[in-house]
Design a binder for this molecule. Structure first.
Ligand code: ATP
Length: 209
């Protein structure tokens, strides 16, 4: 179908809703329009144009509402006219896919005895701690062993995702204290970044315990 004819049909559909109803009736009955062209065929062609993202509106801009099976299939970069096909992106990185998982529940069945982790000699656990929470038991043994026996290659980063209040702070407080050793020097040992200031005093308290 020629572009002009398609625009005319679009305008008819937008400006004359009652005629749209008539068109639907015609479609159901498999009728033809005044010009003798099969109306159903016209609609099908319009849908194909929309899926391909090439339908033009009255301003000559390309219509970005292209959908396949109800999902958007194309997009337009601002300032450009061409439609681009959406590509499936793999957003989960390998370190997330291969992550060590642990229980998000803290109870007697998921907590571990203190004796299950060998602490550096100069470190003692605060009296309020009688068991290791799941996240601590998953992280601390590896970090302590890398501090006492540093690997040939620099240790990789550790990223932890665990619910609030699950005990993540101790996962870096104890390793930092272990790395500093029993006789701290004045040099910078660690930098801790937190998103809000109130967390700073909580972390300082955790170090002092
Ligand atoms: N093994 C433990 N046994 C008992 N209490 C603990 C243990 N580990 C941490 N806590 C206490 O639980 C509370 C929450 O711990 P923490 O602040 O480390 O959680 P968090 O995961 O860092 O939370 P947020 O995501 O809000 O920073 C703190 O008061 C902390 O002292």
């Amino acid at each position: 179908m020629k572009r002009k004819a398609k625009q005319e049909i679009e305008q008819e559909v937008v400006e004359k809703p009652e005629e749209e109803e008539q068109m639907e009736d015609v479609l159901e009955n498999g009728d033809v329009d005044e010009e003798g062209q099969d109306v159903e065929e016209e609609y099908e062609e319009m849908e194909v144009e929309e899926v391909e993202g090439k339908t033009e509106n009255g301003n000559g801009n390309v219509n970005a509402n292209s959908h396949v099976n109800g999902e958007r299939s194309t997009f337009k970069v601002l300032g450009n006219q061409e439609m681009k096909n959406l590509e499936t992106l793999k957003v989960t990185s390998s370190w997330v896919q291969n992550a060590t998982t642990f229980s998000a529940t803290i109870d007697s069945s998921t907590s571990q005895k203190l004796s299950k982790i060998d602490l550096p000699e100069h470190l003692t656990v605060p009296s309020a701690i009688s068991t290791w929470f799941p996240v601590q038991f998953s992280v601390l043994p590896t970090l302590f062993s890398e501090i006492s026996s540093p690997p040939a290659l620099r240790p990789r980063d550790v990223a932890i995702a665990a619910p609030t209040g699950s005990g993540k702070t101790i996962c870096y407080v104890l390793p930092v204290l272990a790395a500093v050793g029993s006789t701290p020097s004045n040099k910078l040992h660690a930098v801790i970044l937190v998103p809000v200031q109130t967390l700073v005093s909580q972390i300082v308290d955790e170090f002092r315990r």
